[in-house]
Design a protein around this ligand. Sequence first.
Ligand code: CA
Length: 260
Amino acid sequence: MIHLSTAISSQRDFADGPLSGSRKTLNAAAPRVLVVEDEASLALLLSYNLEAEGYQVERAERGDEAELKLAENPPDLVILDWMLPGVSGLEICRRLRAREATKTLPVIMLTARGDEGERVRGLSVGADDYVVKPFSVPELMARVRALLRRSKPERVASRLAAGDLDLNRETHRVVRNGRDIHLGPTEFRLIEFLMERPGRVFSRAQLLDGVWGMSAEIDERTVDVHVGRLRKALSRGRERDPIRTVRGAGYAFDETFGKS
Ligand code: CA
C-alpha cells in the first residue's frame, strides 16, 4: 500500500490533463460515481482516477450536500467517507438502505479507522465494501469495477444486443443480421446510449447532454439529423426500425425490438 507516488503522479497528470482543455466528452452512458469526501486532495485524486477510467464523477464535501444529491439523482455507485461534516457517512449509508430507490445502490465506505469493530459496523449498516485509508488507488478502482459489474452488468458489458442487432463497445462495431453497420462516432454513441436503456424516452436536450456532452451548445434539431442518419444506416428494405419517435417527447430504443 504505497500511495504517495501514485498520488503525486496523478496530481501532476491532473495539472496538465483535464485543465489543458483536452477533456474528453462526457458520456452519460458511463456509470456515474458520487465521491463524498471532505478531504479536498483525496477527493481530487479519486475524481481524477475515476474520470480516467471513463466514469462520470460528481463530488460532495459534506454529508448533507451528499444526501441532497443522492435524493435528487442517485448515481450508480457511491464512495463514501465515514467522517464528514454535516451528516456522517455511516448515517448516510443507513438512510440509503432504508429508502426503496437506493436500497441496492453500491456503497464503498472509506475510513481512517482500521479496527475490526468499525469494519463490522460499516458493513452492518449495509456498505458493500469497506476500505481503510491510506489505500491503494488501483485497488480501489478494481473494487469500483467489481461492484458495478455485479450491480449493473449492462453498464460494463462489452456487448449490447437486441434482436438481430449487436453492438460491441470494445471494437465499436455494430452488426445487424450478420452485416456490418458503418456508423459515424456520434451515431455510434447515440445507438449505444439508447440501447443501454431500452424503452426509456429521451428528450432532445437529454440526448444532447448524454451523447454530445454537457457543454455542447448545439441546436436540438441536430439530434433529429443524427437520428435520421442512424436509422438509415440501421435498417435496410423492410427491416424493422429499432428506434421509436415519441411525439412531443423524444426518442427511445424500442424495448419490443427483437421480441415480437
Ligand atoms: Ca473525512
